[in-house]
Design a protein around this ligand. Structure first.
Ligand SMILES: Cc1cc2nc3c(=O)[nH]c(=O)nc-3n(C[C@H](O)[C@H](O)[C@H](O)COP(=O)(O)OP(=O)(O)OC[C@H]3O[C@@H](n4cnc5c(N)ncnc54)[C@H](O)[C@@H]3O)c2cc1C
Length: 428
């Protein structure tokens, strides 16, 4: 039996769920319980979209069966609790890959839909929901609906990026994409300053399927490493064979502080960066999956991830955000910078929009950390941007409602029996 989740990926102190139910039969009705329920995938959301304090969590990992696969088209039907890692293990050797994958493969298909996750190929492929052909939605009144762009389309749009609030997704039909091998050809380059980032990025997006940059926001002038990748027939096997390390316990205090951050960022920036290399897909897409439970490094108070997107026309506000972070003295490693392309997301509440997105991790230092986020919210909000619910644990309801303009279209589809800490914080 899995250990009850007491907190989400950010390990922020949280009230546990009062009850947990483990689902394994996709044809079974929802368990009859008092109070609200919420699907729990694999707990890789940083904040509280996957938490339901004092109520019931429905664990979906037991719904982990592959149902059908069409070798000719790459269309896979599977249960919603299947992990992206399980899809990769079975289908990469057969020449198929995920059309869109987040930065960890330990997420369920249901969780990937509920947050309409994005990847390093947003400029070419859009978000995860754009590759979902159909799914079944089970509601608390016992009704089951097959939802697709051409069938129950309004339910489809509400459930993709719907934060688990429209009901339980039981099975999913997803288009995989053909690949030539397990390798990724990676072109890497260092850059200094945001203007150089945007110049390198524009050129790279025209030629490469995957683009992303890591930035050191602690340096006096922003600097970083830009990576552009494409699937390759090359092997890059060595890295894949490496066994994942485990961070065994949660220390009482954060091991991440000004000193460790500065040292890490300096070392990362100065590491040898080959202009061109072929690596296995795993270290390219999932560098953090190599250390299991790396989130424990932040200690018992946990950490926040702050991820926002700004419309391209307001990209100048990015410099203001970085300046505020630098002035606050609260740094971040693993600041990931990426642009979103023009492909529109299918979900009413999908996070991506054309623009630039930045994700930063901050140890939870309490009031000073929250005060910094309030200042960042003001800049992001003023610029017409928004925060990513999958990473959030503290944005105000007012900010959420203002920055997700299709919220009123979404609300009629919320199942009255489904709720989450996030929903109670931002919707009520
Ligand atoms: C290291 C790391 C890197 C990441 N990188 C990215 C990235 O690059 N891009 C990105 O977009 N995200 C990224 N994420 C966030 C992650 O992809 C999402 O939070 C994802 O939704 C987590 O899926 P999960 O299965 O763990 O779901 P959970 O976190 O358990 O749940 C997430 C939401 O899905 C709902 N849900 C789960 N299953 C179902 C179901 N069957 N039916 C209905 N609702 C359901 C839950 O109720 C909840 O609202 C990253 C997370 C980590 C830890």
């Amino acid at each position: 039996m899995p250990r009850p989740p007491l907190a989400s990926w950010g390990q922020l102190p949280a009230v546990p769920a009062a009850h947990e139910r483990w689902l394994s039969d996709r044809a079974a009705p929802l368990p009859a319980v008092a109070g609200s329920v919420l699907a729990y995938g694999n707990g890789r959301s940083y904040g509280d979209v996957g938490l339901n304090s004092g109520a019931t969590l429905l664990h979906t990992r037991g719904m982990d069966r592959f149902i059908a696969f069409d070798e000719a088209t790459g269309v896979l039907t599977c249960e919603a609790g299947v992990l992206l890692a399980e899809i990769l293990d079975v289908f990469v050797p057969r020449g198929w890959f995920l059309p869109v994958t987040p930065g960890t493969r330990f997420v369920t298909v249901g969780g990937a839909i509920a947050n309409d996750v994005h990847s390093k190929n947003h400029h070419r492929a859009g978000s995860f929901g754009g590759h979902v052909r159909r799914f079944e939605l089970l509601r608390s009144d016992g009704s089951r609906r097959v939802c697709a762009p051409g069938e129950n389309a309004e339910w489809f749009a509400a459930t993709i990026g719907g934060l688990g609030l429209t009901g339980l997704i039981t099975w999913v039909e997803l288009s995989l994409k053909p690949i030539s091998g397990v390798g990724i050809t990676v072109a890497s380059t260092r850059f200094t300053g945001l203007d150089e980032f945007f110049a390198v990025n524009t050129e790279a997006e025209a030629r490469h399927e995957y683009t992303v940059a890591w930035i050191d926001c602690l340096a006096p002038t922003v600097r970083g490493i830009f990576m552009a990748g494409d699937h390759s027939a090359g092997q890059g096997q060595a890295a894949a064979a490496r066994k994942a390390l485990n961070f065994p316990l949660t220390p009482p205090f954060s091991l991440v502080n000004g000193l460790t951050l500065r040292a890490f960022n300096q070392a990362y920036y100065n590491r040898p960066v080959p202009a061109m290399s072929v690596v296995h897909y795993a270290p390219f897409f999932y560098p953090l999956d190599g250390i299991l439970h790396w989130n424990r490094l932040y200690g018992r108070q946990g950490f926040y991830q702050y991820q926002f997107v700004l419309p391209m026309a307001a990209r100048a506000a990015l410099a203001d955000v970085l300046r505020s972070i630098s002035t606050s003295g609260q740094g971040s490693f693993l600041a990931v910078l990426k642009t979103f392309g023009d492909l529109s997301s299918p979900g009413l509440l999908s996070f991506p929009m054309p623009g630039v997105t930045l994700a930063l991790d901050f140890p939870n230092r309490g009031a000073p950390t929250r005060a910094l986020f309030d200042r960042l919210d003001a800049i992001v909000g003023e610029a017409g941007g928004r925060l990513y619910p999958a990473k959030d644990a503290r944005m105000s309801g007012e900010f959420f409602r203002r920055s997700y303009p299709r919220l009123n279209e979404f609300l009629p589809f919320v199942d009255a029996k489904f709720s989450s800490d996030f929903a109670r914080r931002v919707l009520l």
